[in-house]
Design a binder for this molecule. Structure first.
Ligand SMILES: NC(=O)C1=CN([C@@H]2O[C@H](COP(=O)(O)OP(=O)(O)OC[C@H]3O[C@@H](n4cnc5c(N)ncnc54)[C@H](OP(=O)(O)O)[C@@H]3O)[C@@H](O)[C@H]2O)[C@@H](O)CC1
Ligand SMILES: [K+]
Length: 488
């Protein structure tokens, strides 16, 4: 499991550790890890050109110390100092780290000296270290830093963010203005939620975690991302004596005369999620049976369809979703797509069994009464708010799929396996069927949602291989994704 902690938690853990260590030890550990990561990105350190963008705080200090280490190994290092002016009129900088850089033969100049032509200041650089701000940064980059960040991006040099890409919000993943677009982010002690959640995640590039001995309390995880072993441990495994009913039956209420394909896709996901059987209730039974003859089809409504261990309702239902009957049941219910329209929070909160909502950003925005852009810019808080308002688990689909449970103490789960190719018609129907099936197999809503998102993303990557992918291909690749996870 990759775990991420909020800034205040990291700072508290840092203070506790610093109290036990000699002054500057933590920063030296951070800088050593950072310099090693940089050296790994350069064909060779000796003779390479490195530019350090250094703010006035400890983030700049890390970058300057790492610059000093690279300079000692023969790199030509220049620091551009971005701190606001001190009493002597020069930009403030971490004093000891700047002295170390100078002692190692590195050069430095105020960034204002290159403001006229930032591109020229970065021309020929092999590597740029972004040490403008870390967890102490507030808001987007200031204009001088923004111009240098753009020039660094355009220079073709490897751009390494120190702890965080400067300009992104560590705790929420929001990006309020301009931010550094890094190739690699070397983060210290612990991941921060912003490194796992879009839009900030997209600015971080590849992530490297440097162990500096920090141990934030396990109870204070703010966000977490499953990995193969976590998913394998959560997946249902049929016992020798299992029959189809013991493995769980998932009911699917999806599709309409107009959208029969949604029913087929939802069932195709449900068949691959570990439930023992899939019951379909609705008008698209013929289309479902044509593709999936193993489905138990009932032409009427869910109330008469027979016993199930979970319901999935919503994909392709059109204008008359009829969610009430399903919500009245005493089994876990997943509500998606058309089922989410006009969903009554009181009715969901009053349910005796758990509910899982799976909106995309547009549907979440409609439920929250907010513009879609707000949801996309603040995915973590939108998912949490919805979960609180409905007393339900929420899987918010999109560039980073986020799962929030109604208990605010549960860390949000962030899905690491997504691919932009998943943004195509029908993939959401497959996902809801899959997650519903995992619910029927006995997984808790938060686990069912995050495991489904993980397998679905992995299946899309397998099916896509970098090319466009159709929803049915994703469904067909699910068994392979399951095997990848369990055989790893
Ligand atoms: N925690 C740990 O365990 C460890 C932490 N460590 C490191 O410490 C880092 C945190 O250091 P920190 O607290 O000194 O803050 P930091 O991020 O350098 O920024 C502060 C300065 O930035 C500026 N500034 C602010 N906003 C800005 C903007 N939008 N655009 C431009 N500039 C802006 C503002 O300065 P001003 O320009 O106003 O003088 C402010 O004072 C952390 O990320 C990690 O790298 C490691 O060394 C070891 C272990
Ligand atoms: K940074």
């Amino acid at each position: 499991m990759r775990t991420a902690y909020r800034t205040e938690t990291v700072r508290a853990a840092e203070a506790a550790l610093m109290a036990e260590l000699p002054e500057g030890a933590l920063m030296r550990r951070a800088a050593a890890g950072l310099a090693a990561a940089c050296a790994g990105l350069l064909p060779r350190v000796y003779g390479s050109r490195v530019v350090v963008l250094a703010g006035s705080g400890d983030n700049g200090g890390d970058a300057l110390y790492a610059g000093a280490r690279l300079a000692r190994r023969g790199a030509g290092v220049t620091a551009l100092l971005l701190g606001s002016p001190g009493e002597d009129g020069r930009p403030k900088a971490h004093r000891a780290a700047l002295a170390a850089l100078r002692a190692a033969g590195g050069a430095d100049r105020p960034a204002s000296a290159v403001a006229g032509d930032p591109a020229a200041a970065l021309a020929g650089a092999d590597l740029v270290l972004d040490g403008v701000t870390g967890i102490g940064g507030r808001g987007g980059l200031r204009p001088e830093a923004a111009a240098l960040a753009r020039a660094a991006r355009a220079s073709g040099a490897a751009l390494v963010a120190v702890d965080l890409p400067s300009g992104v919000d560590a705790d929420t993943g929001t990006v309020d203005g301009e931010a550094v677009r890094a190739d690699v982010t070397v983060t210290f002690g612990a991941y921060k939620p912003g490194l796992l959640i879009d839009p900030a995640r997209a600015y971080a590039g590849a992530l490297r975690l440097v162990d500096i001995g920090l141990t934030p309390p396990a109870g204070e995880v703010a966000a977490e991302a499953l990995q193969h072993a976590d998913v394998a441990a959560l997946l249902p495994h049929p016992a020798a004596e299992s029959d189809k009913y013991r493995r769980g039956v998932v009911g699917v209420v999806a599709g309409s005369a107009r959208y029969p394909g949604a029913a087929v896709l939802c069932v195709s996901g449900a068949l691959r999620g570990g439930a023992g059987a899939v019951r379909y209730a609705g008008p698209a039974g013929e289309a479902v049976l044509a593709r999936h003859p193993e489905t138990l089809v009932h032409p009427g409504g869910p109330a008469e369809a027979g016993r199930v261990q979970s319901w999935v309702i919503g994909p392709g239902l059109g204008d008359t979703p009829g969610v009430e009957a399903v919500l009245a049941s005493d089994v876990p219910v997943l509500v998606d797509a058309d089922g989410l329209r006009l969903l009554d929070p009181a009715a969901v909160r009053a349910r005796p069994a758990p509910t899982l909502l799976t909106p995309h950003a547009g549907e979440a925005a409609a439920l929250l009464g907010r513009p879609r852009e707000d949801v996309e810019a603040g995915r973590l808080s939108a998912a949490r708010e919805l979960a609180a308002a409905y007393g339900a688990t929420v899987l918010l689909k999109g560039s980073t799929t986020v799962v929030a449970s109604p208990d605010p103490k549960d860390p949000v789960r962030v899905n690491p396996t997504g691919t932009p190719w998943l943004a195509t018609a029908g993939t959401g129907d497959v996902l809801s069927g899959l997650a519903g099936s995992l619910l029927a197999a006995g997984l808790a809503p938060r686990d069912a949602a995050s495991v489904a998102a993980y397998l679905h993303g992995l299946a899309a990557r397998r099916a896509s291989h970098g090319a466009p992918v159709a929803a049915y291909d994703v469904a067909e690749a699910l068994s392979g994704a399951w095997r990848d996870v369990t055989e790893d």
